[in-house]
Design a protein around this ligand. Structure first.
Ligand SMILES: [Zn+2]
Ligand SMILES: [Zn+2]
Ligand SMILES: [Zn+2]
Length: 274
């Protein structure tokens, strides 16, 4: 009886070991992928990039210690990168990585790595990589704005939502003006994106109508006067979308804005009081 139990346990152990090996192999694959991007590897970018876009420090990112909080944060980002197109991709990573969100130096490392990777993705000129750069850009915006207000308030704030909206407006074009501007502003190297950005500056600023979801010149769109985020190409589109917009997105954005204003006032009063 005892020996049979031992055999059974051995079997269980083997199974658990196999599962652990599989998880570890998977993790390593993801880890290698983002490290390769951080170095700007030729087979990913399609050409050799010598520039580190101002983030030379991270050329040796392979030296990142295995258990650095930013490493496991980047693992999750990259594991989900291709599935999270069109969504707020970074919300799920919040609870599991407090050491990145609440530590400014870790947060900066993560942002810098993502900017470096996103810039190389834009340079690759492949559509799929433009989409990845856009997904990364959304995460960067949220990380940059994150403060004590709490994650959901930051995600639903006017500033963050309108920045994300404008990036999305050009999502499908390969020479996205806003995306190029986004990364150009954040890299300290001037040569890499410069010509692409200059070229794209002749493109019109585009935006998506929240109603008909068509892409229009941004200048012709008007914005919802309540939330100041949703934008429409016509009165008809806004009226038709209102029943869906009001009790969903618009209410969430408006209440986030009110709470934010309230907290700012409280902070101001308590700052003046001290
Ligand atoms: Zn560069
Ligand atoms: Zn429309
Ligand atoms: Zn609205």
């Amino acid at each position: 009886m005892a020996s049979r139990n031992r055999k059974k346990n051995k079997g269980k152990e083997r199974k658990a070991k196999k599962e652990a090996d599989r998880v570890e192999a998977e993790r390593k694959k993801v880890r290698d992928l983002w490290l390769d991007w951080a170095v700007g590897l030729e087979q990913l970018v399609g050409k050799h990039i010598e520039c580190h876009h101002g983030y030379k420090k991270y050329i040796h990112s392979r030296g990142f210690s295995h258990d650095h909080p930013v490493s496991s944060f980047m693992d999750t980002i990259f594991r989900n990168l291709d599935e999270k197109f069109g969504t707020i991709c970074i919300r799920d990573e919040f609870d599991s990585h407090p050491q990145v969100w609440n530590d400014n130096s870790n947060k900066m490392i993560a942002i810098n790595l993502m900017v470096k990777i996103g810039t190389s993705m834009l340079l690759s000129n492949k559509y799929v990589n433009q989409v990845r750069a856009l997904t990364l850009a959304r995460s960067i915006i949220i990380l940059e704005h994150y403060d004590d207000d709490g994650i959901d308030m930051v995600i639903n704030s006017r500033q963050v939502q309108s920045k994300i909206r404008d990036l999305n407006g050009n999502a499908a074009s390969s020479r996205s003006r806003d995306l190029l501007k986004f990364y150009s502003k954040r890299t300290t190297c001037i040569k890499c994106l410069k010509s692409m950005h200059q070229e794209a500056r002749n493109n019109m600023k585009m935006g998506l109508c929240y109603g008909c979801t068509e892409k229009k010149e941004r200048m012709t769109l008007s914005v919802c006067s309540r939330c100041m985020v949703a934008q429409y190409c016509s009165r008809e589109c806004q009226v038709a979308h209102w029943p869906y917009h009001e009790k969903g997105e618009c209410d969430i954005l408006v209440s986030a804005h009110k709470r934010q204003q309230q907290m700012r006032r409280i902070n101001k009063v308590s700052a003046e009081g001290t």
